[in-house]
Design a protein around this ligand. Structure first.
Ligand code: UDP
Length: 162
């Protein structure tokens, strides 16, 4: 059974991280990247993307029937995002622990050291994304990136438009 880690190398798992528009425009990128580095992740791919409505709706298709969907799409298209592939052992669950609970306001109380506690404002504007399972990670990574890291497609990732 080959999940995302098979693509990235034995013992390693890959997850998709996004610094959302409020995180990027609020100048939290450096702080977040410092946490990523201290936690032993390798950033194998990254690019800045301006999502359009169709792209954001596809990415969050599983939430299309939810009440918050329209607001979420508006939020995610309100400015550029920084998309990153993070690699390490147990990358998916590790990154989820680091970002903390969905609601940034609650995170400040229950998980004060989490990333969302630091830069998340509320249940919508929570400054970062993390894949919730290896299966989601695989889908989400291929949503943003054509080819695995280390392949021939290099150097053209920065500031791609979706
Ligand atoms: N979201 C929202 N209202 C809610 C729940 C979620 O606006 O009541 C937004 C929020 O930005 C969240 C995203 O929708 O990160 C996806 O929701 P999910 O439940 O998958 O949370 P996550 O996995 O990002 O913690």
């Amino acid at each position: 059974d080959c999940r995302s880690f098979c693509v990235w190398g034995i013992g390693r798992e890959a997850t998709l991280a996004i610094i959302k528009p409020d995180g990027l425009l609020g100048n939290y990128t450096e702080t977040i990247k410092a946490t990523i580095a201290h936690s032993g992740f390798k950033i194998s791919r990254e690019k800045v993307v301006q999502l359009d409505e169709e792209g954001a709706a596809n990415f969050y298709a599983e939430h299309s029937t939810k009440k918050f969907f329209h607001g979420l799409i508006k939020y995610m298209t309100s400015g550029p995002v920084l998309v990153m592939v993070l690699e390490k052992e147990n990358a998916v669950s590790n990154w989820r622990s680091l970002i903390g609970p969905t609601d940034g306001r609650k995170a400040k109380i229950t998980h004060p050291d989490s990333i969302r506690a630091i830069c998340g404002a509320d249940v919508e504007k929570n400054c970062v994304h993390g894949s919730d399972s290896p299966q989601s990670a695989e889908r989400e990574i291929s949503f943003f990136f054509d080819t695995p890291s280390g392949s021939q497609r290099g150097g053209d990732d920065e500031h791609d438009e979706l």
